[in-house]
Write a protein that binds this ligand. Structure first.
Ligand SMILES: Cc1cc2nc3c(=O)[nH]c(=O)nc-3n(C[C@H](O)[C@H](O)[C@H](O)COP(=O)(O)OP(=O)(O)OC[C@H]3O[C@@H](n4cnc5c(N)ncnc54)[C@H](O)[C@@H]3O)c2cc1C
Length: 466
């Protein structure tokens, strides 16, 4: 693997396919036609060779936690991309692989006529494996491009300990990276390019039918609250900037009101880039403290998570915790737990704790869980399972199964934060040891918990989910 520049890595040593007719960009997670460094790099490479660009995006049926909810959200972003790419002279192919009888290995097939392959560099879930495997399989250069955050991940060459270690580094670099994005344009339009490859027509009228035909988990229904795509992300961003950001510093910790951006699912699927969001925030008249509080989350916290999953191969296990947390867990492993719940009881929001049940309901019904309550949600499962490992596995499963923003660096960093990652030791107590403790009784006093509980009950009733 060779770092070509701050954002680009060459994953293999194969020679260019000189007979290739186009540059191929395999879009995996930066599902957008603008503010996309991978797309820009692919356009530059196509222009250098006076060739057209083909963008391929596939959706398979067998990724972990594949469900109607996740599939629908992704499909909602397809039609607008087809339009955007067509307007820019770029060939866009979207292929929905419905089940085991559907054609396979489409990237490999398209790569036969490509000079090089460009793809997304994303530090967790299935993408690192995809990239490793495709770079071995193909007999042409494979480039992975980082369009995850504002600062390129390569500028941090080791795992950072916590927000306080990465923050000053980010602050120093920001003036160089928090700048308007320059979109590249293709020199050779792909209008007449004929490709022998399956292409799925997706429009707002056929998404439900397409989803129903896939061999995926149909029990997790599409969200009525969040709809995918860049247009929807920008619509939400506009509302956030106008109505929510001015008071974000106070409202962000109030789960009973619409007080935060709720952009995480859009950021996760790359429908919108954090650079676009940050620039738009800076361009408002909102109070400085609200802007700063928001950019701390969007840049410092988010990029800390990306740094963590990029450098720590154990990001999906409690082994990724700092020594003090592992030691304290060892000491308290056999402490008595007052309540033990099974995965099913937790999944169905059937605990003694009404606030926790409300959080779980929010996630089941909407496909998201508010940041403040999410911390309590995670901490409580540590107290209610017989081992830390079991708690971690349950949290990852529920978060990634139901949340549209799941399967993200923030998912793993957020869940591990509940066990002490990126945090410090606190006062010792049973089960948690020195890990920071949160209880429903004290957390629920900091906002209108009754209103939040009632809201989630109403939602569940309306959608008939529980
Ligand atoms: C147990 C647990 C699980 C979590 N799982 C996820 C997850 O699956 N996906 C996910 O994106 N976030 C996760 N988080 C972090 C955080 O809860 C969400 O990012 C936040 O709730 C998203 O809501 P928002 O977009 O309204 O955030 P805002 O407050 O509007 O913040 C803007 C953006 O900043 C980023 N951000 C906000 N808070 C954090 C944070 N604590 N750490 C890192 N980045 C942050 C997100 O990208 C977010 O969209 C988790 C946190 C915990 C404690």
């Amino acid at each position: 693997m060779m770092q070509i520049n701050e954002r680009v890595r060459l994953l293999n040593r194969a020679s260019e396919n000189t007979k290739g007719r186009y540059v191929l960009y395999w879009m995996q997670i930066f599902k957008r036609a603008e503010f996309n460094h991978a797309l820009n790099f692919a356009i530059q490479e196509a222009n250098r060779r006076r060739l057209p660009l083909v963008v391929y995006e596939g959706l398979k049926y067998y990724y972990p936690w594949a469900s109607d909810r996740i599939h629908a959200f992704i499909l909602e972003g397809v039609e607008e991309k087809r339009r955007a790419f067509s307007d820019r002279g770029i060939k866009y192919i979207f292929y929905l692989q419905k089940d085991e009888n559907s054609p396979k290995q489409i990237v490999k097939k398209l790569a036969e006529n490509a000079v090089i392959l460009v793809t997304d560099d994303y530090p967790c879930f299935i993408i690192p494996e995809h990239n490793q495997s495709i770079s071995k399989k193909l007999n042409l250069p494979v480039y992975a491009v980082d369009s995850n955050g504002i600062i390129p991940m390569s500028l941090f060459d080791k795992e950072e300990y916590a927000a306080y270690t990465i923050r000053p580094k980010i602050k120093k670099l920001l003036p160089y990276y928090l700048k308007p994005f320059r979109e590249e344009e293709v020199l050779v339009a792909a209008d007449n390019l004929q490709l022998d490859c399956p292409d799925t027509e997706v429009n707002s009228g056929n998404i439900a039918e397409l989803v129903s035909e896939c061999a995926i988990d149909h029990s997790v229904k599409p969200s009525r609250f969040y709809h995918g795509g860049t247009n929807n992300a920008r619509k939400r961003l506009k509302k956030f900037l106008k109505e929510i950001l001015p008071n974000y510093a106070e409202t962000r910790n109030k789960p009973e009101i619409d007080g935060s951006s709720r952009l995480s699912a859009y950021l996760h699927f790359g429908f919108i880039s954090s650079l676009e969001v940050a620039l738009a925030v800076l361009d408002t008249e909102a109070p400085k403290e609200s802007k700063e509080a928001f950019l701390e989350e969007l840049i410092v916290r988010r990029e800390l998570s990306f740094n963590f999953t990029r450098h720590n191969p154990k990001y999906s296990s409690i082994e990724a915790l700092p020594d003090w947390a592992l030691k304290t867990m060892q000491k308290h492993a056999s402490d008595r737990r007052d309540f033990i719940y099974s995965l099913k009881e937790l999944e169905n929001a059937q605990t003694h704790d009404e606030l926790w049940n409300a959080a779980q309901r929010e996630m089941l019904v909407t496909g998201e869980m508010h940041n403040y309550i999410r911390m309590l949600w995670g901490k409580s499962v540590i107290a209610w399972t017989s081992s830390y490992n079991e708690a971690f596995e349950i949290l990852v499963h529920l978060n990634n199964k139901y949340c549209l923003d799941g399967r993200d660096p923030n998912s793993y960093a957020g869940i591990l934060w509940c066990f002490g990652k990126h945090d410090r030791p606190w006062m010792e107590r049973p089960v948690f040891g020195k890990i920071r403790y949160m209880s429903s009784a004290s957390t629920g006093k900091k906002f209108n918990a009754d209103k939040y509980i009632e809201w989630t009950k109403r939602l569940a009733k309306e959608t008939d989910d529980l």
